[in-house]
Design a protein around this ligand. Structure first.
Ligand code: GTP
Ligand code: MG
Length: 388
């Protein structure tokens, strides 16, 4: 009866049933019973006669013809006989993707998980921050062992949004005489940054922003990744009075030191007490929301034209950048957080220059601040439109 219950449950969930029987054993009463159930289920069935290890066993199949299934295939699971035929049959009988979908009561909303890379110097409190996040009650946790000894991916869900928290080993300075451990820790961090949707840079506020922190921030900026800076261990420096002002000052100093990562909001928190840890997720959803904001083509072109009239692009030789048309890219729906990307059709892309690129980026941010997000500019060469 256990077999019957299990088979019954499996049948109800299946689009196609592989009914496996044992050729060497021959037709058994349970086979006949199951065959009856399967017919009632009205699902497509392939009768798979297993253990036909040798062509001379093929007549064993005949025994099962009494079960009267249209599709019968003899195989040897142990030796791989008949498997490709079986696969072809499965492929033919399975409902196509679209039909299977129509069956579902409700289409599942596919919100891709946000990969959050937690990076920073050794001892900054990265693992503690993750622990503090997981301590929160609104969490569903499961552990996935990382590919390396000290990089761990943790699945985490909060208010319907899935996250992948990536804990990394502390990034040590790559010195002249760096050990292989140091080199690998940097390489690993770089790889982690690449697969992250958002980088959380954890800084130990008791030591302030060090040159090493700046290096890591530089890696994030160069990879043009969405980012948040967390000044951790606030509990150790929080004054009894004037906490708000102290907080403001620490944030201002950090922003000044990390001026090149100016799009990253700075949060002061304590992994130890849990203070402000919730705010991290408020920031993340704000960044996600901002990533969805698009500037209309009309607005964008008027804005660029005005900016370029006001501050002329630099000249290289006697050439000056000319903008013909700008548009915001449609974006990549597969990415959990997709930074805004603008395509500028110009006379010569190399005439832009870094300073002027930053100026244009600033103008975009005046129209739409895009907190936490890099603003990406892609320049494409177009020949001058000819006068009519
Ligand atoms: N007081 C205080 N201590 C903290 C806080 N966060 C972390 N610590 C302590 O700092 C030390 C380092 O914390 P970890 O979380 O292991 O740091 P980590 O960045 O993961 O370090 P590595 O994995 O070695 O790179 C531990 O002793 C923590 O208890 C905090 O917010 N406040
Ligand atoms: Mg750690």
């Amino acid at each position: 009866s256990e077999v019957r219950i299990a088979a019954d449950a499996a049948m109800r969930e299946s689009d196609l049933i592989l009914f496996v029987v044992d050729a060497q054993h021959g037709l058994a009463p349970i086979d006949q019973e199951l065959a009856l159930m399967l017919r009632k289920s009205r699902r497509p069935v392939v009768l798979v006669v297993n253990k036909v290890d040798h062509p001379k066993h093929e007549d064993l199949e005949a025994d099962f013809s009494r079960l009267n299934f249209d599709e019968t295939i003899s195989i040897s699971a142990a030796h791989g006989r008949g498997i490709s035929t079986l696969l072809e049959t499965i492929d033919q009988l399975l409902p196509k993707e679209s039909e299977a979908r129509a069956d579902d009561a409700e289409p599942i909303e596919r919100k891709p998980p946000v990969a959050l890379a937690i990076i920073g110097r050794p001892n900054a409190g990265k693992s503690s921050l993750i622990n503090s996040i997981l301590r929160d009650q609104r969490t569903i946790v499961s552990n996935i062992p990382g590919t390396t000894r000290d990089a761990v991916d943790i699945e985490y869900e909060r208010e319907g949004q899935k996250f992948l928290l990536i804990d990394t080993a502390g990034m040590r300075q790559r010195s002249k005489h760096s050990t292989s451990v140091e080199v690998f820790s940097v390489m690993r961090a770089e790889r982690t940054i690449r697969r992250a949707d958002l980088c959380v840079l954890v800084i130990d506020v008791t030591s302030g922003v060090t040159s090493q922190d700046k290096k890591i921030a530089g890696l994030i900026q160069e990879s043009r990744k969405p980012s948040i800076v967390v000044l951790n261990k606030w509990d150790l420096v929080k004054p009894a009075r004037g906490a708000k002002a102290a907080m403001k000052e620490l944030i201002t100093t950090a922003r000044e030191t990390l001026f090149f990562l100016d799009y990253a909001p700075v949060l002061i928190a304590s992994a130890a007490t849990g203070e402000n840890v919730t705010q991290l997720f408020e920031m993340i959803s704000e960044i996600q929301r901002a990533a969805g904001i698009r500037l209309g083509t009309g607005v964008l072109n008027r804005m660029f034209r005005a900016a370029m009239d006001e501050t002329l692009p630099p000249t290289i030789g006697n050439k000056r950048l000319k903008l013909f048309y700008a548009t915001q890219s449609a974006g990549d729906a597969e990415r959990a957080i997709d930074p805004p990307k603008f395509i500028l059709f110009v006379n010569q892309p190399k005439l832009l220059g870094d300073t002027y690129a930053r100026f244009l980026e600033g103008r975009i941010r005046q129209a739409e601040p895009y907190p936490g997000l890099p603003v990406l500019l892609t320049l494409r060469a177009r020949s001058e439109p000819r006068e009519q």
